[in-house]
Structure formats: structure tokens, C-alpha cells
Design a protein around this ligand. Structure first.
Ligand SMILES: [Zn+2]
Ligand SMILES: [Zn+2]
Length: 92
């Protein structure tokens, strides 16, 4: 009998990427960089791929104060610098 991987994995918390980068285009399809709807610019795509995102530290990613007031972040996510704690990049 060899060691059971299931048993070894028990209690292991998978490294789920909790934070998701905002999409490059908003929900109406307008690019956040050039403002064009349906943008396919390689410049915009490259710029976007080089961005970093993290959970907002003002609202802890909740997106508001729980009393109906919204936070200045977007859906609990903010754009940050590369060295920011917990920062992630858009998925390719
Ligand atoms: Zn664009
Ligand atoms: Zn916030």
C-alpha cells in the first residue's frame, strides 16, 4: 500500500484565485483604455494584461459598507501596483 493521496490532501485548502481582475471592456463592451466599443487593439490588450488587481482594502472587497452605501472600488476590486499584497493579473 502506498500513501493515499486523498488522505494527504484532506484539510488542504486549494489555492483558488479569489480575486478576479475586472474585464478589459465594461459590460456594454466599451474598452476601459480607449473607450471604443468592441475594441480589439493589441495595445489595449497588452496594457490590460500588465495590470494588477486586488481586493479593496477599504471595504475588504465587499463593495460597500453594508448599509447601502457603495465603495469607490468596482465590485470590491481595485487596480494596484505589481508589489501589492495579494495582487493578481488578468487571466490569459
Ligand atoms: Zn481599447
Ligand atoms: Zn471597496
Amino acid at each position: 500500500m502506498t500513501a493515499q493521496p486523498e488522505a494527504a490532501a484532506a484539510g488542504h485548502v486549494p489555492s483558488v484565485p479569489f480575486v478576479t481582475a475586472l474585464p478589459r471592456c465594461n459590460f456594454a463592451g466599451y474598452c476601459n483604455f480607449c473607450g471604443e466599443q468592441g475594441c480589439r487593439s493589441q495595445d489595449c490588450i497588452a496594457t490590460y494584461q500588465n495590470t494588477w488587481w486586488a481586493a479593496c482594502d477599504i471595504c475588504d472587497g465587499v463593495g460597500g459598507d453594508g448599509l447601502g452605501l457603495g465603495c469607490l472600488c468596482t465590485y470590491g476590486v481595485i487596480q494596484v501596483g505589481a508589489g501589492y499584497r495579494g495582487a493578481i493579473q488578468p487571466q490569459r
